[in-house]
Design a protein around this ligand. Structure first.
Ligand code: NAD
Length: 532
């Protein structure tokens, strides 16, 4: 098997780019930006209800079964009609990607990188439109939707530059008078399986990382966010990506997704989602299928039960603000969301009282209306799951705010605070993925750290304290992939905060970091003895 050979075409890299900087967020206090977003929401609404094909081997493909994507703020609104791929179509998509790999792996790196930079440019031009789709399909507020688009652009710009760095011969230690070097070559076909909560950023990040490294992809988006994925795919095609390299397969996880994961020609799986599904994929990829030539590689980024520690030497007002934004931003539906506030007993009562006052100011309602800080949760199933947890929580602690669905047809769950929760309680241990915060009392800082580390997860965490020694202790002992000191625990920026967690939070692949592309490459050492 000569997979990856030919990637030597990457040796000449001339494309120069200025250093990466993050895409700025839109300032919606400016009237022109508000007007642009209003116009985009109107334009996008006029496109509701279209049917979207899948793409397999560059061809449009329809399925007999369909799935509607709806707006969680107004569930009767149908945004798009999508194909429900069957297992045969999933297999065909992997075969098509395997065929396309033979060509794509030989395309010079610069050409692959240029696709990402062109895609970033198109996304920048269509920023408001993309944000509007995100707002409608998964219920993000304007600011959250804009941040999702900015991160999407960042991934294209960052991974493009990273691939330029990794292209061509890599230096090794000189040895004897041999000519020695190492090159990074692609892996093969990747199944890319993202979640719905960063429907543009995560779907794009995993996809473009795989593609720019020279792999081909079958992208199976979440059932909750196929429209945004379809828009991203359209943009990548428009940016010049050969259609055969990116197969777009909509369908259910447990059949179409599972078929991608288990296919013998799938070389790697890039997944972001729940612990349960991540573990299923880990198990399925560990088993060799008939005809399978490799050990499948996996990038599995999973859930969290993230904590913010509020020390007795903290600026309590800053901590209240950080906890509120981390717990209730995007309805608590971020893997990085704070779902546990662990508060030193000396400041506990003050903190809780201020937290409740602050959270009462949060507005909840349809996300197309910028007056609402919080929109709906993503689906009826998600809402029912969250409400079930709230019932459990009412028995496990003292309900201080929220606690039931907001009237109306949308899936609105108001911010819910439950205090005096035991660190071992279910709502302190299990990922709820909604706007539910457990407040836990700690004896002192050491006790708080111990409680913070005492879950099966290890994704993000934050500490509020003015005591430098305590912060240093947290740096060493708070076992999370992303630790924040005196700031909120959400909002990782590409480049600045490489992202990924420990333990049951995943494989710590560090998206948006300088190690990330290596997950999509394999290294080949070449050593030549000079001829006489
Ligand atoms: P999910 O696990 O339900 O679904 C994720 C993806 O897996 C979807 O595309 C789904 O269709 C697919 N899938 C489901 N069953 C499958 C199977 N058997 N085989 C193959 N694919 C299958 O997660 P979700 O509800 O979309 O997302 C929320 C979860 O994602 C939360 O747990 C959250 O913490 C996590 N998340 C983690 C990160 C991170 O970086 N660690 C980032 C965002 C979200």
């Amino acid at each position: 098997m000569d997979e990856g050979e030919g990637a030597m075409a990457t040796a000449e890299v001339k494309l120069q780019k200025p250093e990466f900087t993050n895409e700025p967020f839109v300032d919606f206090s400016k009237p022109e930006n508000r007007a642009a977003m209003e116009a985009a929401l109107k334009k996008v609404a006029s496109e509701f209800g279209r049917e979207y094909p899948m793409y397999i081997g560059g061809e449009k493909v329809m399925a007999t079964e369909k799935k509607r994507s709806t707006n969680p703020s107004h569930p009767s609104q149908v945004l798009g009609i999508f194909q429900k791929a069957n297992v045969e179509q999933a297999k065909a998509a992997v075969e098509a990607a395997a065929k396309a790999f033979e060509t794509w792996k030989r395309v010079p790196t610069e050409q692959r990188v240029e696709v990402l930079f062109r895609a970033a440019k198109i996304m920048r031009e269509r920023k408001f439109e993309l944000a509007a789709w995100i707002c409608y399909e998964v219920g993000k507020s304007w600011a959250e939707a804009d941040a999702d688009v900015a991160e999407t652009i960042d991934f294209c710009e960052f991974y493009g530059r990273e691939m330029l760095r990794l292209a061509g011969p890599q230096k090794v230690t000189p040895y004897l008078n041999e000519r020695n070097f190492m090159v990074y070559i692609p892996l093969g076909v990747g199944a890319v399986i993202p979640p719905w909560n960063f429907p543009a950023a995560i779907a794009t990040g995993m996809t473009v990382a795989a593609l720019v490294a020279g792999n081909t992809v079958v992208l199976k988006p979440s059932e909750e966010s196929p429209t945004i994925a379809a828009k991203v795919v359209e943009i990548l095609y428009e940016a010049g990506l050969p259609k055969e390299t990116l197969n777009f397969l909509t369908g259910r996880g447990h059949d179409a997704g599972d078929a991608l994961v288990k296919h013998p020609k799938t070389r790697f799986v890039a997944f972001t989602g729940s612990k349960e599904v991540g573990l299923l994929i880990s198990e399925a990829t560990g088993k060799r299928q008939p005809g399978q030539l490799w050990i499948k590689r996996t990038v599995l980024e999973m859930g969290g039960k993230d904590a913010i520690i509020v020390d007795d030497e903290a600026d309590v007002d800053a901590a209240v603000e950080g906890v509120t934004l981390s717990a209730f931003g995007y309805q608590g539906q971020k893997c990085s969301a704070c779902s546990r506030a662990i508060v030193s007993e000396k400041v506990y009562d003050t903190f809780v009282q201020k937290l409740v006052e602050r959270t009462k100011r949060i507005t909840v309602g349809p996300s197309e209306d910028p007056a609402n800080y919080m929109g709906p949760v993503v689906s009826e199933t998600a809402m029912n799951g969250i409400l079930d947890y709230i019932e459990v929580g009412k028995k496990e602690g003292r309900l201080l705010l929220g606690g039931s669905r907001k009237p109306g047809d949308g899936y609105f769950v108001p911010p819910t605070i439950i205090a005096d929760v035991n660190p071992k309680a279910r709502i302190a241990q299990e990922e709820i993925f909604g706007p539910v915060l457990a407040v836990i009392k700690a004896k002192d800082f050491d006790d708080a750290l111990q409680i913070a580390n005492d879950t099966e997860f290890g994704l993000t965490g934050a500490v509020y304290s003015k005591n430098k020694a305590k912060l240093a202790k947290a740096e060493e002992a708070f076992h999370v992939g992303n630790l924040y000191l005196n700031r909120k625990c959400t909002g990782a920026m590409v480049g600045a905060h490489p992202f990924g967690g420990f333990n049951m939070s995943g494989t710590d692949s560090k998206t948006g970091g300088k190690d990330y592309l290596l997950h999509f490459l394999q290294a080949k050492s070449i050593s030549e003895k000079p001829m006489n």
